[in-house]
Ligand binder design. Structure first.
Ligand SMILES: Cc1cc2nc3c(=O)[nH]c(=O)nc-3n(C[C@H](O)[C@H](O)[C@H](O)COP(=O)(O)OP(=O)(O)OC[C@H]3O[C@@H](n4cnc5c(N)ncnc54)[C@H](O)[C@@H]3O)c2cc1C
Ligand code: SF4
Length: 446
């Protein structure tokens, strides 16, 4: 460990974001970077505490203190090797992970200034690509074949791990390019798609076969493989079947987000197909991350006003005594998209879409109260009768995804990622893909 007392004198320093007026004019990544001197200082803040809770909190079991030390000492290649040993794609998590580890960092628990673990992870990986530490390794083949269905982070991680173990891996996806929600959900301002392409080039060079535009019937899997890994995500978004749902201008969030990412990749759409917020009042229903991505996308498309409503109450700011560590802190999350301008409202349920000439013009909402449940658990919702109409020319439904029901599969079929757990996080998808690869390896060698 480099500097055991650094945390006493060096404060957490985040790289910050591009100024709002600048970033909303394009879809470039909003997060900035520190210079390598400051980045190493940030790494020096890691105390290598005896029981590193960050290991435990990261679903990948990343060895944060070890790579922070290598980073502090300027050993960037060693830092990358340590990081990549547990995380196939630190360039993704380094950008978009909610950093479960930082909530468990002792410097968060003691003084609310955790080590900038996520940003350090990103900096190490960028240096690794820049300096050529990410090398193509072609494994010796073991003669067995595995098909991975779905090229989101879980499928990519499963494919990468299996390929490294010597299996001939074919990765099928119904989309035109790999990445799953990394490519066709998460906006470019959080994750530039060249970051995905760069990793796909390495994986293809290492021997993984990519079969895109291949919509596979999982009940009738392609023949000729020794095992299969189903990584098909959560294809069904939760809808809002209230009166007026058929009105023009009411869309599922991904209709806008996926289309915007495709436009940035060069795909063209007709005027009728376009789902755009340009010149419109936008209402986002759902207060989570997908909703936040709709807000940022709406700003960049030229929305005149953006409102986001959530049925649950506003969580507390900063700390929440109801969710002490090690629980996930349920606190108000203000994203860069919120900072760009948004009217955020809580405790509102949607009664009906209102429209004129077949087009949506607003949503009738009603205030709700949450009363404690005498049996414990989730509080009960009570309608208050206080109704109002929020004007909107476009409504985006960002209310989560339904957990898929998987059919009964044969013994050589494994399920990973959101397809197994329901909608979750990229870091958990990668961890699940790695676990499935390890299970497949054990199964094929028993
Ligand atoms: C808008 C949005 C923003 C998000 N932001 C974040 C974030 O900032 N941080 C974070 O950690 N998580 C975020 N998430 C969650 C994260 O993206 C998912 O948890 C993660 O992508 C799940 O990975 P996966 O591989 O299981 O599934 P997916 O990424 O959904 O990939 C599944 C793949 O399977 C393919 N597929 C499905 N069916 C078939 C079939 N029959 N045949 C062939 N291919 C098929 C799909 O085309 C897709 O490519 C976000 C999610 C959304 C929707
Ligand atoms: S993947 Fe996420 S939880 Fe794990 S070390 Fe990186 S930022 Fe932390």
């Amino acid at each position: 460990m480099g500097n055991s007392k650094a945390f006493l004198t060096i404060h957490r320093q985040e790289a910050g974001h591009r100024p709002v007026h600048d970033r909303i004019a394009d879809f470039g990544e909003v997060e900035q970077t520190l210079n390598s001197h400051d980045r190493k200082l940030q790494a020096s803040r890691c105390m290598d505490c005896g029981v590193p809770f960050c290991h435990w909190a990261c679903p990948l079991g990343n060895k944060q203190p070890e790579w922070q030390d290598a980073l502090f000492n300027g050993k960037w290649e060693e830092a990358y090797k340590l990081l990549n040993a547990t995380n196939d794609f630190p360039e993704f998590t380094g950008r978009i992970c909610p950093a479960l580890c930082e909530k468990s960092c002792v410097l968060n628990l003691s003084c609310q200034e955790p080590v900038t673990i996520r940003e350090n992870e990103c900096a190490i990986t960028e240096a690794a690509f820049r300096e050529g530490y990410v090398k193509v390794v072609i494994p010796e083949r073991n003669g067995k074949k595995v098909a991975v269905i779905g090229a989101g982070p879980s499928g990519l991680a499963a494919a990468n791990q299996l390929n490294r173990k010597g299996y001939a891996v074919t990765l099928f996806d119904k989309n035109e390019a790999p990445g799953g929600l990394l490519r066709y959900g998460i906006p470019n301002f959080k994750l530039n798609k060249t970051i995905i392409d760069r990793r796909m080039e390495v994986m293809a060079a290492e021997g993984i076969a990519f079969e895109m535009n291949a919509d596979i019937d999982v009940q009738n899997l392609p023949s000729g493989y020794d095992a299969y890994c189903i990584c098909t995500g959560t294809p069904t978004a939760r809808d809002l079947p209230i009166p007026g749902r058929e009105l023009k201008g009411v869309h599922l969030a991904l209709e806008m987000l996926a289309q915007q990412n495709r436009i940035l990749a060069g795909t063209t759409f007709t005027k009728e197909e376009l789902v755009t917020a340009k010149g419109k009042k936008v209402l986002v229903i759902g207060g989570g991350d997908t909703g936040s991505d709709c807000i940022g996308t709406s700003h960049r498309q030229g929305a005149v006003k953006v409102t986001q409503i959530e049925i649950m109450p506003q969580p507390p700011v900063g700390q929440n005594p109801a969710t002490p560590w090690p629980q996930w802190p349920v606190v108000l999350k203000t994203t860069t998209s919120h900072e760009e301008g948004c009217d955020r409202r809580w405790c509102l349920t949607s009664n009906k879409f209102i429209g004129k000439n077949g087009k949506v013009t607003g949503v009738e909402v009603e205030e709700v109260e949450w009363v404690p449940n005498p049996e414990g658990g989730r509080p009960n919702m009570k309608l208050t009768g206080k109704k109002e109409t929020i004007e909107a020319d476009i409504v985006l439904l960002a209310m989560g995804f339904l957990k898929p029901q998987q059919p009964e599969f044969g013994k050589n079929v494994f399920v990973a990622g959101d397809a197994a757990s329901g909608a979750s996080l990229v870091v958990r998808a990668i961890a699940s893909g790695r676990k499935a690869a390890s299970d497949i390896d054990k199964f094929l060698n028993q």
